[in-house]
Design a protein around this ligand. Structure first.
Ligand code: NAD
Ligand code: GLY
Length: 373
C-alpha cells in the first residue's frame, strides 16, 4: 500500500519555535491536531465566505470529534478584507469570545485571513495565540509561516502590521482541491521563488514537477510545500525581523511585482502571485542587462513560467503607463532604506542577492523596453 506523503518542519524562532505539519487529510483531524494547543472547549475560528462554503462543515465535524465547538467569524473574501474595519471586527470578536493570552484563535484561509487574524491576535490582550490553517498554495508555502501579519491602508499594501508568530501551522494539500486553478498557479510562483533564491536543484525539481503539482498531484504538493517551508523556516530563523538582509531574499520578484500590482489597482487583473512571477522574470532579465546573469538562465525561468501558465512578460497586462511611472511605485516600497531601494537580483538560478546600488533611472529605462515587447 502506498504511504500517504507527509512532513513536519520546525521553525526555530528563538523563544517561540513551532511546527508546520503538512499532510493530506489533516483538516479532518483538526481537532486532534490542535488538542495540545487549545485549552477551552470552544475555539474561535476566522475564515472567509469562499473557504467557509467549502470547508466549514468538515471543520465543524473534525473539531467536534475532539470535543470542541467552533465559534465562527466568516468575513468577506478578498484583499479588501485586510482593512482597519475588518481588523476591528476580528479584535471585537476575539474579545467577545473572552480570549485569554494563552488561548489560540484559528485562522482558516489564505494569506488574507492569515495576515488579518494574526495581526488581530498580536494586539488583543497585548498578544494572544493563533494557529494557521492555510488553504491556498500561497499561504501553505509562504504567508502562514514566518509571522508577518498586516492590513492594507489607503496609502498602500501591508503598511500596518506586526511580527507575530503562530503557535502551529497545519497545511493540508487536500484543501487546495477546491481552490480555483488560477489561484493555485499564482501560489506556485512562490514555490519557484525558493528555487531561484538559493536552491538550483529545487528549480530543476520545479521544472520536472510544477505542472503536475498544479494539476493536483498530492505527492508533488507535499514535496513542494515541505521544501518551500523548510527554506522559509531557515531564512526566518536567521533573520526573523528582516534586519540583516537575509529575510529580504524572500522578496525576490516583489519589487517589480508590487509596482505592477499598484499599477493595476491591486485588482483581479493581476493576482499577487502572478505579480511575483512577472517580477521574478523581470528581475532575471534586469540582472542579465546589468551583466550579472547569463541570458540562458533568464530564458529558462521564462520558459518554466510559461509552461505552467504564469505570466513572464508585460504584454498581457495592457498597461497604459511608461517605465518611469512603474518605477515611481517602487519609491513607496517598504524596503526603502535611507532613500535607496535594495533590489533582489540574480547571478544565476539559485544565486539571488541584495543589490543596494541600483539606479531607479536604469530600472525605468529597462521597463520602457519591457513595455514595448
Ligand atoms: P486570499 O487569501 O485572498 O485567497 C485567494 C482566494 O482564494 C480568495 O478568494 C479566497 O476566498 C479563496 N480561497 C482560499 N482558500 C480556498 C480554498 N481552499 N478553496 C476555495 N477558495 C479558497 O489570497 P492568498 O493568495 O492566499 O494570499 C494573498 C495575501 O497574502 C496578500 O494579502 C499578501 O499580501 C499576503 N501575503 C502575506 C505574506 C506573509 O508573509 N504574511 C506572504 C505572501 C503574501
Ligand atoms: N513573504 C516574505 C516574508 O515572509 O518575509
Amino acid at each position: 500500500m502506498a504511504m500517504t506523503p507527509s512532513a513536519t518542519i520546525s521553525v526555530d524562532i528563538a523563544g517561540a519555535p513551532y511546527d508546520v505539519r503538512i499532510a493530506p487529510g489533516l483538516i479532518d483531524r483538526l481537532g486532534h491536531e490542535v488538542r495540545a494547543f487549545v485549552r477551552k472547549d470552544t475555539v474561535p475560528i476566522v475564515t472567509d465566505t469562499h473557504v467557509a462554503a467549502h470547508w466549514r462543515l468538515r471543520v465543524d465535524a473534525a473539531l467536534g470529534a475532539a470535543g470542541f465547538t467552533a465559534q465562527w467569524l466568516v468575513l468577506p473574501a478578498g484583499e479588501s478584507t485586510k482593512s482597519w474595519a475588518h481588523l476591528a471586527q476580528v479584535v471585537d470578536f476575539l474579545i467577545g469570545q473572552d480570549i485569554e493570552r494563552r488561548d489560540r484563535v484559528i485562522a482558516l484561509g489564505g494569506g488574507v485571513i492569515g495576515d488579518l487574524t494574526g495581526f488581530a491576535a498580536s494586539m488583543v490582550k497585548r498578544g494572544c495565540g493563533f494557529i494557521q490553517v492555510p488553504t491556498t498554495l500561497l499561504a501553505q508555502v509562504d504567508s502562514s509561516v514566518g509571522g508577518k501579519t498586516a492590513i492594507n491602508t489607503a496609502a498602500g499594501k501591508n503598511l500596518v502590521g506586526a511580527f507575530h508568530q503562530p503557535a502551529l501551522v497545519l497545511a493540508d494539500p487536500d484543501t487546495l482541491n477546491t481552490l480555483p486553478a488560477r489561484e493555485t498557479r499564482a501560489g506556485y510562483a512562490e514555490v519557484v521563488k525558493y528555487g531561484l533564491i538559493d536552491d538550483a536543484d529545487f528549480f530543476v525539481w520545479c521544472e520536472a514537477h510544477g505542472a503536475s503539482l498544479i494539476a493536483g498531484d498530492s505527492q508533488a504538493r507535499v514535496t513542494a510545500i515541505a521544501r518551500s517551508v523548510a527554506a522559509k523556516a531557515r531564512i526566518v530563523a536567521a533573520d526573523e525581523k528582516e534586519l540583516t538582509g537575509t529575510r529580504a531574499l524572500l522578496n525576490l520578484g516583489h519589487t517589480f511585482g508590487h509596482a505592477l500590482e499598484a499599477q493595476t489597482g491591486f485588482s483581479s487583473r493581476l493576482l499577487h502571485g502572478e505579480g511575483v512571477a512577472l517580477g521574478m522574470a523581470l528581475a532575471a532579465r534586469f540582472s542579465v542587462r546589468q551583466g550579472l546573469m547569463d541570458a540562458h538562465d533568464a530564458a529558462r525561468l521564462d520558459a518554466h513560467l510559461r509552461t505552467v501558465g504564469l505570466p513572464a512578460t508585460l504584454g498581457g497586462l495592457d498597461l497604459d503607463c511608461d517605465g518611469r511611472q512603474l518605477a515611481d511605485h517602487m519609491l513607496h516600497d517598504k524596503k526603502m532604506d535611507a532613500g535607496t531601494l535594495p533590489f533582489l537580483l540574480m547571478r544565476g538560478i539559485g544565486q539571488t542577492f541584495l543589490a543596494r546600488d541600483i539606479d531607479l533611472q536604469d530600472v525605468a529605462a529597462f521597463l520602457d523596453g519591457e513595455l514595448c515587447t
